[in-house]
Ligand binder design. Sequence first.
Ligand code: PAF
Length: 282
Amino acid sequence: MKVLSTITEMQTEMIKHKASGKTIGFVPTMGFLHEGHLTLLKKARKENDIVVLSIFVNPLQFGPNEDFSTYPRDFDRDRKLAEKENADYLFYPSVEEMYPQKSSVTVTVHERTDVLCGKSRPGHFDGVATVLTKLFHIVMPTNAYFGKKDAQQVAVVEGLIKDFHFPIVLVPVDIVREEDGLAKSSRNINLLPAERVQAASLSRSLKLAQSAIEQGERNPLNISAMIKEMIENETDAAVDYIEIYSYPQLQPLEILKGTIIIAMAVKFTKVRLIDNVIMTID
Ligand code: PAF
């Protein structure tokens, strides 16, 4: 596995592979890899000639009071994991390499950002779309792999690829969970021990909602109230949002019908966790 940290080196290698007709699978991450990322890498390995992993904690997508400085980082561990998954390239640029001066052009996302994480994290998806535009130009992937835990990100990236005509296939991959149901996340490490136990309530409450819908409940307000009650009874966390929309359009619904997303964000002492379920109702 080659570890490259400059854009020029990376582009030179990718142009070479493209010219020889190779397919490139790309897994963009912010590092501190967990099983969710490894699942993306495994899928990319199966479906492409060349696999590229990027690790870059992108300052542009963090708000001033968010966890950019405390976002977990462990490059040596990540490098070993990427090697074990047979990645061909690990792109690991510095902030100076990616943003050598104040950007004169950035990407603004106009749709699907006034709900869910976009509402409580203004500018977050502009930062994601901007860095992905750069990374797509650097890596030139055939296929790009994203986890469905960040379902709003998947919807936004779908718009970015379509609107900017990137010749890239977006491959959304199912959420990977711990044994007790907690969605795998690099941020889970920042849960206090008691909170780690409580955090299983997020997926439990989604399961409860799912089975209520399966039994005929169609009122989104009743579903969100049910989830809220469970989180408040079982955790010390503060609910940031519990929202239900059509997916991937992210439009509000009066009655549950079609493909929907039930999504939540919950704040623990040092970490805010998200989780969701996407389901189709006849
Ligand atoms: O999902 C992430 O880790 C980040 O938002 C991404 C896609 C790597 C962009 O910085």
